[in-house]
Design a protein around this ligand. Structure first.
Ligand SMILES: NC(=O)c1ccc[n+]([C@@H]2O[C@H](COP(=O)([O-])OP(=O)(O)OC[C@H]3O[C@@H](n4cnc5c(N)ncnc54)[C@H](O)[C@@H]3O)[C@@H](O)[C@H]2O)c1
Length: 248
């Protein structure tokens, strides 16, 4: 048990897609709670490292590559000795109706949004088991529960995240490892910058809290789920969406 006043003191957390957007906000939040951060992105996450302002490790790599996960693991071992928390946040999403969607885009979406979660589990579950402690927080999307055209590939991959979370949670619960999904609302990042303002507004107006989410709105739930306090929560899909997604 971690008895520090800072909930994440002594923990090492990998956040993917940490160069900007939701991943950047998550990394900043975890660092503020005492975690040492590994900033994984296909782009250099220097801006995030500057925001954190201490000993974070910038680990540039492609989350769809098993070789890159192994290389990142080696870097983390050398720098921090262990990995306690993995936040699988890197993701892509393009708006394409089935008429225009091709198989390459389908596969690319699944590779970044879901295969990466499998690869991270294969890489880090063994050492988490040895430590008898671990956290995976995997970013899905609340879009799985609302009607937006052109999202079949994205929704399928994000539903897949929830399926993987539920399954993995059962496999690792005996080692003090929890696995949960966070489902953000439509959020103000580069991912949504090309979406027409009217579509954005129509989407967030369906929320109980009627405003466009900022990346920092999502980070708090990830921080909690990756803490000791969430030790009895696993296999769950947690909407962080201002009250849009209805359980029915
Ligand atoms: N923005 C939204 O409205 C929204 C809503 C629900 C869920 N999400 C999810 O939240 C996550 C973050 O989205 P965002 O809005 O911050 O997007 P973003 O496009 O701003 O950031 C995504 C980050 O992932 C990185 N990335 C992309 N492919 C990668 C790869 N192969 N390897 C390593 N890094 C890679 C990018 O370089 C970028 O820094 C995604 O999984 C997304 O699906 C976003």
């Amino acid at each position: 048990m971690n008895d520090s006043r800072l909930s994440h003191e002594g923990r090492v957390a990998i956040v993917t897609g940490a160069a900007r957007g939701i991943g950047q906000a998550i990394a900043v939040k975890l660092a503020a709670h005492g975690a040492r951060l590994v900033l994984v992105d296909i782009e250099e996450a220097q801006e995030t490292a500057r925001m954190i302002g201490d000993e974070s490790l910038v680990a540039t790599g492609d989350v769809t590559s098993a070789a890159d996960w192994a290389r990142i693991d080696t870097m983390v071992q050398e720098r921090f000795g262990q990995t306690d928390i993995v936040v699988n946040n890197a993701g892509i999403g393009s708006n394409k109706r089935i008429d225009e969607l091709d198989f390459e885009q389908w596969k690319r979406t699944f590779s970044i949004n879901l295969d990466s979660h499998f690869l991270s589990a294969k890489q880090f579950v063994p050492q988490m088991r040895r430590n008898n402690w671990g956290r995976f927080v995997n970013i899905s999307s609340n879009s799985i529960g609302i009607a937006i055209p052109g999202m079949s590939h994205y929704m399928a991959s994000k539903m897949g995240v929830i399926g993987f979370v539920r399954g993995l949670a059962n496999d690792v619960a005996d080692s003090g490892i929890t696995v949960n999904a966070v489902l953000p609302a439509i959020t103000n990042t580069r991912l949504t910058q090309d979406m027409p303002e009217e579509v954005k507004r129509q989407t967030w107006q369906q929320q109980a809290i009627k405003r466009f989410a900022e990346p920092s709105d999502i980070a708090g739930a990830v921080c909690f789920l990756s803490s000791d306090d969430a030790a009895f929560i696993t296999g769950q899909a947690v909407p962080v969406d201002g009250g849009q997604y209805k359980i029915s």
